[in-house]
Design a protein. Structure first.
Length: 502
């Protein structure tokens, strides 16, 4: 539908309209209002009648950077969202039934010269002088011991578990303090200009017209602006990521929260457990080709702990990415732009990266070079995250169901195959500076799922055995000792940021 209201191309961007609330909408409103609120008119429109997907309750350490950028106080945030600490993800039954490893944040050991720690550890393991890889990563050791503390100089890398609905409420209050305006209502029509195709306004069900110069689509899987109106296509990744359905619910907590998310593989997908201060977030992600909704519900409810607070609600999705996350004067954030299942808790991170890239390229006037740069950077990040998630499925020995047998025969992206084979043959990790998942993440997941490199870098052989033993022992002693001195995770949190009663 085209309705000419005014010539919006080449018009200075003074009015930003955010379509949709939830985590994506309110993160965008918070960042834009905090950084540019004095120069822009910012309006967010949402309807209380339209629910949100509500599964983004686990985060990664980049959220701390986002909060620092917009000056959010951690204690106020943690109390408001009933938050707990996350040091990594426990992967259970992924390599095979009964097997477990933790992909943690942070770094393992330390480099010597230009050679990564894993090469020295591999030699030490070969010669019987190295213990398990977990003994050389503080975050991993603390997670296994259920411990946490803020260390000097950012000495412990961490993220959060949070109540996503409380986070949206927290960000709404923050955004409104910085000048953003909220409008309640449903969007009836998206108006565009006949000549340029630019979005000019949102027409509400009550007849109101919300005009803008830049529109941010946070309407979730509906993609009301970027997809339905502007017709930007969607690249499907379901040939690599089979899961297309989920059920989510909340249960009462039956024990103190652990400082990690649990990802538990099942016969046709996996389940998450996200511990908060006042409850636990639970979900099952599965392939509808391999498991019916009734089967998923039975498996799911038969395994959750605690009393079910809210009956499971279904979620349908298609893994993939919008072919352009910025088209004309519309930027898609969150589920409107892409969806990679929440296995590595990247949903909120990708929202954040979209916002940061937008702020870095924020236009005085919408121009194609800015659009192209934005889309190129997002494409790189999305493909990197996609490959990392696909790797968890590819590196498995499971053959106990049609789902896992079909995964075993799945072709994988060439970019991922190169990374895996390079590590398998040489112990070296291919890594592009600026990528989300660093070398330690690739190493922990690849070794956690069964890859032991055939070789290590020759630099590791240049160290005399006694010196290598001392090098490994010193790191292990520091990591183990520091972890042991930390208080229990929840004991620390109760004193740091007491949560209000829900």
């Amino acid at each position: 539908m085209s309705n000419e209201i005014h010539d919006s191309s080449n018009r200075p961007v003074k009015r930003v309209v955010i379509a949709g609330g939830g985590t994506a909408g309110w993160m965008a409103a918070a960042a834009i209002s905090r950084v540019l609120g004095k120069t822009l008119d910012i309006t967010l429109v949402e309807s209380e009648e339209i629910g949100t997907v509500g599964v983004g309750e686990a985060t990664i350490p980049t959220l701390l950077s986002f909060h620092r950028m917009i000056d959010i106080n951690e204690q106020a945030y943690m109390s408001a969202v009933q938050g707990t600490i996350k040091l990594g993800i426990s992967f259970e039954n992924w390599l095979d039934n009964g097997h477990r490893y933790i992909h943690s944040f942070g770094f393992s050991g330390k480099e010597r010269g230009t050679t990564g720690f894993q090469h020295f550890w591999l030699r030490g393991r070969q010669e019987g002088m190295a213990s398990g890889y977990e003994d050389y990563c503080l975050e991993l050791k603390a997670a296994l011991g259920d411990r946490f503390a803020h260390l000097p100089h950012g000495g412990l890398h961490y993220a959060y578990h949070m109540d996503a609905s409380l986070y949206a409420k927290f960000l709404r209050e923050f955004s409104e303090r910085h000048g953003a305006r909220r409008v309640e209502g449903k969007i009836a029509e998206v108006l565009t200009e006949a000549g340029s195709g630019f979005v000019t306004a949102l027409k509400m069900e009550n007849g109101d017209i919300l005009e803008g110069d830049l529109f941010i689509d946070c309407t979730g899987f509906r993609a009301l602006l970027i997809g339905k109106t502007l017709g930007v296509g969607f690249t499907d990744w379901s040939h690599w990521l089979f899961n297309d359905s989920a059920l989510a619910t909340q249960t009462t907590a039956v024990r103190d929260a652990v400082p990690y998310t649990r990802a538990i593989a099942g016969k046709a997908g996996w389940q998450w457990r996200i511990p908060l201060q006042h409850r636990v977030g639970n979900g099952i992600v599965y392939s509808s080709r391999h498991m019916s909704d009734d089967e998923a519900r039975e498996e799911f409810l038969g395994s959750v702990e605690g009393e079910v607070i809210k009956q499971p609600w279904p979620i349908r999705f298609r893994p993939g990415q919008r072919q352009q996350c910025w088209s004309k004067n519309c930027v898609a954030l969150g589920l409107a732009g892409s969806f990679i299942e929440p296995l590595e808790s990247t949903t909120i991170h990708l929202i954040q990266r979209g916002i940061v890239h937008l702020l870095q390229n924020f236009p005085q006037v919408v121009t194609q070079p800015a659009i192209d740069e934005y889309n190129a950077r997002l494409d790189e990040e999305l493909q990197h995250v996609r490959d990392f998630v696909v790797m968890h499925y590819h590196l498995t020995d499971r053959r106990d169901s049609p789902y896992w047998r079909e995964i075993a025969e799945m072709d994988i992206p060439a970019t991922l195959r190169h990374r895996i084979e390079l590590f398998r043959e040489t112990g070296t990790v291919f890594h592009v500076p600026g990528e989300l998942f660093g070398e330690n993440s690739w190493i922990q997941v690849m070794m956690g799922q069964g890859i032991v490199p055939k070789r290590y870098h020759p630099t590791a052989d240049a160290i005399p055995p006694d010196e290598l033993r001392s090098f490994l022992d010193d790191i292990r002693s520091r990591v183990v000792g520091t972890a042991q001195r930390m208080p229990a995770h929840m004991d620390y949190l109760r004193s740091y940021c007491p949560a209000p009663r829900p």
